[in-house]
Every structure is written in structure tokens, then in C-alpha cells.
Design a protein around this ligand. Structure first.
Ligand SMILES: Nc1ncnc2c1ncn2[C@@H]1O[C@H](COP(=O)(O)OP(=O)(O)O)[C@@H](O)[C@H]1O
Ligand SMILES: [Mg+2]
Length: 435
């Protein structure tokens, strides 16, 4: 099916500013630049991957320097700002830039609470009748600890606010749950620790359903599965994500239909009832129970990382058309989102020691060879240091394969990653082990 450019967009007329510096943002830039309509992408601050792309330029501003970002966007005549990470969204970057007359893909500060406060999101889910784990919210340690004792273990303790993926403890013992409660109320997560959410422990497989919303219409992207733990066999500490693939067969068409009705549409209706016009990605993190039922673990207010790195390679509709349709509230008038057939898989190459302490500045080699194998390499924590590409973060690269089926895509990702080297490089050898 052919897509005509949406109204007002002509060949090479669109400039986009992308906020963020992860693999997700490199994938967004990569996808945008494949479109005929995109003239230029400006990245704030970007990484070693976006630094090296034709028609893309990095600017070293902080993601919460709203004034600087606004000026940069105006100077470059940017059509659309796309915000990657949750922190600037929760701080109100969308509100600020919209006041300056810019079009922004990403929810407002009020809407971003769906990710920035787990207690707020839980209340919304209850109001909307969205299936989720049973939970209670506490404002002080004593009552929280008594509740844990009464409930027994395993049990899940969550800091309310943004905690960079470190605010959740799945506690096997009462002592572990109590220690997590203390850590939160003692301020380990800063203002994220004003409330604690204690939640029923669920078992099953996790699925990420990212959906595009214009405030009226919400449409899911391909369902993806992430691998949160650092160790093989899903062991060890939680990370930002060590690998992913899409579409995941566990989210069958029938299940996706139910998620659309029972989660996505209900969420948008409940947000609308609160006067919130949600324009951006609504990402539902779901637990699919062994019985094939599902419950929402959390919502995120942005593209997932690394899920985006496996969803975008399969997207056939030009990305900027979808993003602009969300911002201009005309997603419902767009043809169905078109997808390429096949599967995409990505494996994360991380710095040794991550998610704990790790060293940076290690020289990275072998990316060209990985690309020659057919892999696509999205950069995350990388930068150029005097023309040399070096590590600059915990998660360094996302080596992505696209194939006809799961096995060919994962084989391509691993063939690619085996070409790459930097001191201390670590990656999981079992991405997709559940398939
Ligand atoms: N109720 C639950 N039962 C079992 N595991 C959970 C539950 N809630 C969260 N988890 C686990 O903890 C991880 C992080 O929790 P999540 O709510 O997604 O918070 P965040 O992504 O903000 O750290 C989840 O991906 C999941 O593995
Ligand atoms: Mg999560």
C-alpha cells in the first residue's frame, strides 16, 4: 500500500529535533532520516551514532534545558520536536515548547504523571477498570511494613516517582521488603520516595505494548518483549533492558484486541475524563499470566528502550506522518499503521559492571564489520573522542537483526555483536530464550 504524504508535507521539507541520547533516540533519528520528507534532524544531545549520520547534527544541551532547546528549534526552523526520555516530559518540556509555538510529540507534564507517579497511575487504573496488580499506597514506613507482614512474600515494593529503573524491589522475604521500604523513605530515590506502592507479586511473561495516541484515538505498535535482568536466564539485577524482539508471539492477535479495549482505550478515556489530552506514546508494561490473562505492571509515557530499536525497523508507514498525526489530533484519519513482515531482535552490548559501577572511555571497534554482516547498530552510550568512538555509558550499543523469522533475526544480531569489541564488553547470550 502506498502512502501519500500528509497535507502540507512535501519532499524534504520537514526538520525534526529529537531530545535524548540513547539507543531509542538513535533508532528514531535513523527511521526519520529514511523518509523522503525529512530534510534534517537535530539531536539534543545525541550520541556517537547520531553524530555520524548524514543530515543529522548533535547539539550538546541538557535534555531539561528547555530554553536552549526552544531556541535551537526556532533557529533551525524545526517542524516537530520528538522527546525520547521520561525526565524532561515529567518536568514539562512539552508544555514549555508548546507555549513557544512548537509542535511536540510527547505528553504534557500532567499526562506524564502516568509514568512519573506509580500511585497516580494505579489510581487511574482503578478508576478506569484496567486490570492491574492489587496494591496499597503508603506515606510512611511503619504502616507499609505492617502491611507487608500481613500480606506475606513474595511482594513488590515500588518507589512512587521516577527512579531510572531502580525503584522497584521484588522481595522474596519480609526483611528484604522492609529494607526496600526504608531505603525509599530514607530518600534513596529523592523525591521519588514520598510514597511507596506495595503490590501483589505476579508471575508470567512481560510484554511491552507501545501505542500511539492523539488524545482521541490510540493505536498499538507491534508488541515487544524486553529482557530486564542483567544475567542469562533472567537472573541478577534489573537493568534498562538487555535485549528485545518484536513482534512477540505471546501477544496473539486475540490478546492484542483485548489489550486495545481493556487497557489502551480505557486509559485514554480515563485521562480524557481528567481533562488530559494525551498525545504521544502510551506504553503499557503487561504481565501475561500463565492462564493467558494479563495485568498492567506500569505505564510509561514515551518510547521504550530497547523496544523502539526492534519496532521501528519493521514500521512501513513513515514515522513522521504518524507522529505529526498524533500532535495534530488526526490519527483516526490515518490509514492503519503498516508493517513489514518478519521479526527484529536486538542485543545490548553493555560496559562491564553495569548496572553497577563501570568504566567509560573504552575504544569501540568492529561496528563496520557488524554492519557488513547485515546488522544494524544503534548507539546508546557512545561518543567521539578525538575521532575515536568510545564508550560513554552503561548500555553502549544495540546490535539489531531483521529477518524472516525469529531465528534469522537473532542470528544476525549475534553475528553482528561478535564483530564488536571494547574492553569489558558484556552481553547476554540468551536473548529470545522464551521463543
Ligand atoms: N506486581 C509485580 N509482580 C512481579 N514482578 C513485578 C511486578 N511489578 C514489577 N515487577 C518487576 O519489576 C520490573 C520493574 O517494575 P516496573 O513497575 O516496570 O517499574 P520501573 O520500570 O519503573 O522500574 C518489572 O519489569 C517486573 O519485572
Ligand atoms: Mg518498567
Amino acid at each position: 500500500m502506498a502512502f501519500s504524504p500528509c497535507k502540507g508535507l512535501t519532499r524534504k521539507s520537514v526538520k525534526v529535533l529529537v531530545v535524548g541520547n540513547g539507543g531509542r533516540e538513535h533508532a528514531l533519528v535513523w527511521k526519520l532520516l529514511q523518509s523522503e520528507q525529512i530534510e534534517q534532524v537535530v539531536c539534543v544531545p545525541g550520541n556517537g551514532g547520531t553524530a555520524n549520520m548524514e543530515n543529522c547534527r548533535n547539539f550538546p544541551l541538557a535534555v531539561d534545558d528547555f530554553e536552549g532547546i526552544s531556541k535551537l528549534a526556532q533557529e533551525h526552523g524545526v517542524t516537530l520536536v520528538v522527546v525520547g526520555p521520561e525526565v524532561p516530559l515529567a518536568k514539562g518540556i512539552t508544555n514549555y515548547l508548546m507555549q513557544q509555538g512548537l509542535m511536540v510529540f510527547g505528553p504534557t507534564k500532567a499526562a506524564a504523571q502516568i509514568e512519573a507517579s506509580k500511585a497516580w497511575a494505579k489510581a487511574l487504573m482503578l478508576e478506569a477498570g484496567i486490570p492491574t496488580a492489587r496494591a496499597a499506597v503508603f506515606t510512611e514506613a511503619g504502616a507499609a511494613k505492617s502491611y507487608v507482614k500481613a500480606q506475606g512474600t513474595p511482594i513488590v515494593v515500588k518507589a512512587d516517582g521516577l527512579a531510572a529503573g531502580k525503584g522497584v524491589t521484588v522481595a522474596e522475604t519480609v526483611a528484604a521488603a522492609q529494607a526496600a521500604i526504608d531505603a525509599i523513605f530514607q530518600g534513596q530515590f529523592g523525591s521519588a520516595g514520598k510514597f511507596v506502592v506495595i503490590e501483589e507479586y505476579l508471575t508470567g511473561q512481560e510484554v511491552s505494548v507501545l501505542a500511539l495516541s492523539d488524545g482521541l484515538t490510540i493505536r498499538p505498535l507491534l508488541p515487544a518483549q524486553d529482557h530486564k535482568r542483567i544475567g542469562e536466564g533472567d537472573t541478577g539485577e534489573n537493568t534498562g533492558g538487555m535485549g528485545a524482539y518484536a513482534p512477540t508471539p505471546i501477544a496473539t492477535p486475540a490478546l492484542m484486541e483485548r489489550i486495545q479495549k481493556e487497557v489502551l482505550e480505557k486509559a485514554i478515556a480515563a485521562l480524557t475524563a481528567k481533562g488530559i489530552d494525551y498525545r504521544g506514546v502510551l506504553y503499557a508494561g503487561l504481565m501475561i499470566t500463565p492462564e493467558g490473562d494479563f495485568k498492567v505492571l506500569e505505564f510509561n509515557c514515551r518510547f521504550g528502550d530497547p523496544e523502539t530499536q526492534v519496532i521501528l525497523p519493521l514500521l512501513a508507514t513513515p514515522l513522521e506522518e504518524l507522529l505529526l498525526a498524533c500532535v495534530q489530533q488526526r490519527l483516526g484519519q490515518m490509514p492503519p499503521i503498516a508493517w513489514k513482515s518478519g521479526v527484529a531482535a536486538t542485543v545490548v552490548a553493555a560496559s562491564g559492571g553495569y548496572p553497577g559501577e563501570y568504566e567509560q572511555g573504552k575504544v569501540i571497534t568492529g561496528i563496520e564489520q557488524a554492519v557488513a554482516q547485515g546488522a544494524t547498530v544503534f548507539h546508546a552510550g557512545t561518543k567521539f573522542n578525538q575521532q575515536q568512538l568510545v564508550t560513554n555509558g552503561g548500555r553502549v550499543l544495540n546490535v539489531t537483526g531483521v529477518g524472516e523469522n525469529f531465528h534469522s533475526s537473532i542470528a544476525q544480531a549475534y553475528a553482528g555483536i561478535q564483530c564488536i569489541n571494547f574492553e569489558g564488553m558484556y552481553y547476554r547470550r540468551d536473548i529470545g530464550h522464551r521463543v
